[in-house]
Write a protein that binds this ligand. Structure first.
Ligand code: GUN
Ligand code: ZN
Length: 483
């Protein structure tokens, strides 16, 4: 199947795009629900009616199944699953790595996936567990790369997926991604991240995903293998992940867990159902608990919540408000906050992909000062032309005797009055100023001063900020009192 990917909107490193697989199209970011043919609590047909454009199933399960193997070979996956959208098959490497011996070769699984009519086929990569040492990760990676190259050579017409492995070592991930890029693969999953997510190691997740993204082509479609909890989708999209596959909707349902975009709750402990989906609006928590269909009702709710979060993310990317959604979601769990803070340590990388203008910029606390828009503004500040005597005024009062008068808006810094209506100055909403944001604004002033060593700068900041500004900008003349 020929696979192509087109990016339509961008925000941070996130994208809204179109993945074309043969005649079929998937709007991204997208969630591919995991289908286990033996346990279809929601059928693929029902999913299609809920707006699902792609699903993923496991070639290994089909190959081992007396019921499904022959039917799939004879009639094809689309007919067996009764689904018209894109069907991706996983090779089952992940199951094999968890449950033991490999009983099938790379070329055998690829040929089988092709024979059952899969739209996206995956070679037998080796997911290196996070506990593995460097030499194990290197050896696994060498085998994975060999299998990817074999897949690309023998199955070129099928555009096989090329998974990025490399364990928890960012340099191996980046090198793996560069090798994947050289194969020309368009569809590039990032593998072996499930154990990181299961143990809430979001900081390391961010490190390995960004390392992989560094090596991959920006034009490739990136699938985050096994990411299923909606609370982390916004973070993953901000890093440039386009696809998720999830069994979480079903696994959580089986355990009586009710997904929300902030985390999961136990249905046994719920008195209310805080969700707008059809199931929650036509049942009480008590009714779901006692229903014979409890698992299915929960799975339906879980899937709808997950799909709604994907829709919310797609809208945020189009509006340029993804940072605010990431900020909101990552405050649902302290370990997600760790992941968010790690992301903010990579702002220079994020900034180079971020869009120029956005609908708005909301200040949401200290983390906001590290956002791409602030970094970009500070880089842009050096291009503001100033005369010999420069006044930067915090409350827009002006004085005589200056060649240049600039206003001040934290967390950005100084701006010419003429830029007051343009992004980000004009579209930014900040609460009552706090020290973090004023310090960030002073960093902007510092950039301007460094760029113009021949000019004298007066900062008219008033009493409230005099101490902080003097500490931040010792070489400036600081006016604290009204003059
Ligand atoms: N499912 C979850 N993680 C992985 C992975 O690393 N490789 C493959 N093929 N499937 C997965
Ligand atoms: Zn619901």
């Amino acid at each position: 199947m020929t696979i192509s990917f087109e990016v339509i909107h961008k925000d941070i490193m996130g994208r809204c795009g179109r993945l074309k697989v043969g005649e079929r199209t998937v709007r991204t970011p997208a969630l591919l629900p995991v289908i286990n043919p033996h346990l279809q609590i929601i059928t693929p047909r029902e999913m299609q009616d809920m707006g699902v454009e792609a699903v993923i199933t496991n070639a290994y399960i089909f190959n081992m199944s007396r019921t499904y193997r022959d039917a799939a070979l004879r009639d094809g996956l689309h007919s067996v699953l009764d689904f018209d959208g894109v069907i991706m098959t996983d090779s089952g490497s992940f199951q094999l790595s968890v449950y033991g011996d490999v009983e099938i070769s790379n070329l055998e699984t690829l040929a089988f996936q092709k024979a059952i009519g899969s739209d996206i086929i995956v070679p037998l990569d080796i997911p290196t567990p996070p506990g593995a040492d460097r030499s194990t990760a290197e050896e696994d990676l060498a085998v994975t790369m060999e299998r990817i190259r074999e897949a690309c050579m023998k199955f070129r017409d099928s555009s096989p997926a090329a998974p990025v492995q490399g364990g928890i070592f960012p340099d191996l991930r980046e090198a793996a991604a560069r090798e994947v890029r050289e194969t020309g693969a368009v569809f590039c999953p990032i593998g072996a991240v499930v154990p990181l997510m299961e143990s809430y190691r979001y900081r390391e997740l961010v490190q390995v995903v960004l390392a992989a993204k560094k090596g991959l082509s920006p034009a490739s479609c990136v699938h985050l293998f096994g990411a299923g909890h909606p609370s982390m989708f916004a973070l993953a999209v901000a890093m440039g992940c386009d696809l998720f596959d999830s069994a979480a909707y079903a696994l959580y349902a089986k355990e009586g867990r009710y997904l929300t975009p902030h985390g999961s709750l136990k249905i046994d402990e719920l008195a209310e159902l805080p969700c707008a989906c059809g199931i929650c609006r036509t049942h009480t928590a008590e009714e779901i608990r006692k229903s014979e269909e409890r698992e299915r009702l929960l799975a339906l709710h879980n899937l709808q919540v997950t799909l709604a979060e994907i829709a919310r993310i797609r809208q945020a990317v189009q509006d340029g408000t993804l940072w605010e959604l990431v900020d909101e979601r990552c405050r649902s769990h302290p370990r997600l906050l760790d992941g968010y803070r790690e992301l903010l340590r990579h702002t220079p990388m994020l900034e180079s992909s971020d869009r120029v203008s956005k609908r708005r910029f909301f200040y949401r606390g200290a983390e906001t000062c590290s956002r791409t828009e602030v970094l970009r503004y500070h880089q842009m500040i050096t291009r503001i032309g100033v005369g010999r005597r420069v006044l930067i005024t915090f409350d827009q009062r002006v004085a005589e005797g200056f060649d240049t008068i600039l206003y001040f808006k934290p967390p950005f810094g100084p701006y010419p009055p003429g830029l007051g209506e343009t992004f980000p100055i004009g579209q930014s909403e900040v609460p009552e100023w706090d020290e973090e944001m004023v310090r960030s604004g002073c960093a902007g002033i510092r950039r301007l001063m460094e760029e113009n060593p021949g000019s004298g700068f007066v900062i008219w900041c008033g009493e409230r900020w005099g101490g902080l500004v003097t500490r931040e900008l010792p070489s400036a003349e600081v006016w604290c009192e009204p003059v």
